[in-house]
Design a protein around this ligand. Structure first.
Ligand code: FE2
Length: 213
């Protein structure tokens, strides 16, 4: 007999190849440090954001996607697709955190979005800014089980991430960004993706179910 785990939570983290990190910097500097492209966050937090702002239209998000494409491809390989899929990029935006700025608990759980990304464009070394929140921890705590036994159950999960890393996760995961403790501004990019069946592929090679219609 042994303890078996089931339904694990997961996220993907990978360092974007250095040559692509440099390309991203070339694309976004210096406009990404110009606070006039940002607006006050539309959420319940105090970070600055280009989300749905006029300035966001001028940022080269398609080029950024090209730069992270090889990293996303690696992730898709590791996730082992079991049908033909296509991935539709949705919106992308930048967040800027001056000292003390944070982003509150939230999800990206909106229509036509099932994977979300956070790219650490410029963050101080060792800054544990990004946290997933695991709400079911409360149930273990209430029951006393998490005090009684050593369990891999945590309220907060903090990826070991640094500048140039891309974190990808299911969009319904609650997460937050801790306050920036230092004077240097921290800049992150966020983006949403929609993974869906590739209709074209299924039309070209009908499945047995299709051929029965
Ligand atoms: Fe987010």
């Amino acid at each position: 007999m042994t303890i078996e785990m089931f339904c694990p939570q997961w996220y993907y983290i990978e360092t974007v190849p250095v040559e692509y990190q440099q390309q991203i910097e070339k694309l976004f500097e210096p406009q990404i440090r110009d606070e006039s492209i940002y607006v006050d966050s539309p959420w319940d937090c105090n970070c600055l954001s280009t989300f749905q702002s006029q300035g966001n239209f001028d940022l080269p998000w398609n080029d950024w996607l090209e730069c992270i494409r090889s990293t996303l491809d690696k992730m898709i390989d590791e996730l082992k697709p079991q049908i033909d899929i296509e991935i539709k990029p949705q919106e992308a935006w930048a967040n800027l955190y001056n000292k003390g700025m944070h982003q509150e608990y939230h999800t990206h759980d909106v229509p036509f979005c099932n994977l979300s990304m956070c790219y650490l464009y410029d963050v101080p070394d060792g800054d544990p800014l990004f946290r997933f929140i695991y709400n079911d921890h409360d149930k273990y705590k209430k029951s006393g089980l998490s005090d009684a036994f050593k369990m891999p159950i945590q309220t907060r999960v903090i990826p070991k991430a640094s500048k140039g890393d891309l974190i990808v996760f299911p969009s319904h995961y609650p997460h937050m960004v801790a306050p920036n403790p230092v004077d240097t501004p921290r800049i992150t990019f966020s983006g949403n993706l929609y993974v869906m069946p590739n209709d074209k592929a299924s039309q070209e090679s009908p499945t047995p179910k299709d051929s029965m219609l």
